[in-house]
Design a protein around this ligand. Structure first.
Ligand SMILES: CC(C)(COP(=O)(O)OP(=O)(O)OC[C@H]1O[C@@H](n2cnc3c(N)ncnc32)[C@H](O)[C@@H]1OP(=O)(O)O)[C@@H](O)C(=O)NCCC(=O)NCCS
Length: 338
């Protein structure tokens, strides 16, 4: 069996379609409840990469047949010693060394650029949860990586929301958050909030539990927030945001985002952050519940929302559970020294 790994140029339509087919087959086999990898989504990610990063891609051919794909993320503004891998092998071509060949290729790239660590995610089943193929974790371990941080994906079925429970959460949050005002916005951040959003966004990786994962806080300023927004818009994503403004200082001190796209039945609950000096006022619950209703008002076809939390993030998890989010599967962050 012959395995050849070749770099993929994002502008090469034919190669990009091959990569998309591999990713779509992997997602369908490994995470069947997940939004399928559509061409719109795949090409959006490939052709509109996140700012502050550079990406390299490669395809692996097994006896001439496209069999595996890797994306190597190389942060350019922070995490300069880190690289991030997304690697998938078509379900029909597994256990033949394709994953290893792509991994070795990516190691060569990372090493050549002076990166010291590689991180990547793999699915794992949760006790009592849905079945998940343990291949990703077994593969990462075989490559010498160590589990560094387990995240749990939780899903909210918005067709069975308990509106009374949400009303009670909001009432309790409002009672504890006198002196703060709710702000709602879609897509682009209003100019008067942008510096505060950049500051809060930049805190995420230092405030959220990171376990053993060596990943530093991202350097985010207003320009990077705008550049991220441009990418989301180019990818056809729609953002719903709710924030809490501290009346006395006028600063935005908490915010949360729900992100939706071409598959209108599905959305991601993204960042939620409350500035440490303003915790204890139920601002997290306030912005999350308000934002859920904001998104639902504009997304009539929405059925499910997925969110990820570090397994140890008790506070955020308790808000999510109270809203009705329930665990689905584990997403382990693996890390290895290059
Ligand atoms: C994980 C994945 C990339 C492996 O690809 P692959 O081409 O089957 O991997 P390889 O054949 O190169 O396997 C290399 C080694 O990994 C280990 N491994 C891979 N799959 C395994 C499995 N299902 N069970 C146990 N060990 C496994 C073995 O040690 C294997 O060596 P061996 O076959 O000589 O025993 C593939 O299963 C996949 O795409 N999974 C979904 C996406 C994913 O989890 N990506 C990895 C993120 S870190």
């Amino acid at each position: 069996m012959d395995i050849a790994v070749t770099p993929l140029d994002p502008a090469d339509d034919a190669a990009a379609h091959k990569a998309c087919e591999i990713m779509a087959a992997a997602v369908a086999a490994d995470i069947p409840d997940f939004p399928p990898m559509t061409e719109k989504r795949f090409f959006g990610m490939l052709r509109h990469p996140w700012p502050g990063n550079s990406f390299q891609h490669a395809l692996a051919y097994l006896d001439g047949v496209p069999a595996g794909y890797v994306e190597i993320g190389l942060p350019q503004l922070d995490n300069l010693e880190n690289a991030e891998l997304e690697l998938a092998v078509h379900p029909d071509h597994r256990r033949r060394g394709v994953g290893r060949a792509l991994f070795e290729y990516a190691m060569g790239v990372a090493r050549g650029l002076g990166r010291k660590r590689i991180a990547g995610m793999a699915l794992e089943p949760l006790p009592g949860g849905v079945a998940r193929d343990p291949a990703g974790g077994a593969f990462a371990e075989a490559m010498g990586a160590k589990p560094a941080l387990q995240e749990v994906r939780r899903r909210l079925d918005v067709t069975t929301l308990d509106h009374e429970a949400l009303d009670a959460m909001l009432a309790a949050a409002r009672a504890k958050s006198a002196g703060y005002s709710l702000v709602l916005w879609r897509d682009a951040t209003p100019d008067d909030l942008i510096d505060d959003v950049a500051y809060l966004d930049g805190r995420l990786l230092s405030d959220a539990p990171m376990g053993e994962l060596e990943w530093e806080a991202e350097k985010i300023d207003a320009a990077r927030v705008r550049a991220n927004e441009a990418v989301k818009s180019a990818r056809g994503r729609r953002q719903y945001n709710a924030g809490a403004r501290h009346d006395e200082s006028g600063r935005l001190v908490a915010f949360t985002t729900i992100d939706s796209g071409d598959l209108t039945w599905h959305a991601f609950q993204q960042i939620t952050l409350v500035e440490p000096n303003h915790r204890g006022h139920r601002l997290g619950a306030l912005v999350k519940v308000e934002n859920l209703r904001f998104a639902l008002a504009h997304e009539p076809e929405l059925r499910v929302i997925d969110t990820w939390n570090a397994g140890v993030n008790d506070h955020m998890i308790s808000i999510n559970e109270a809203m009705g989010f329930r665990p689905v599967d584990g997403w382990q962050n693996w890390q290895l020294s290059v």
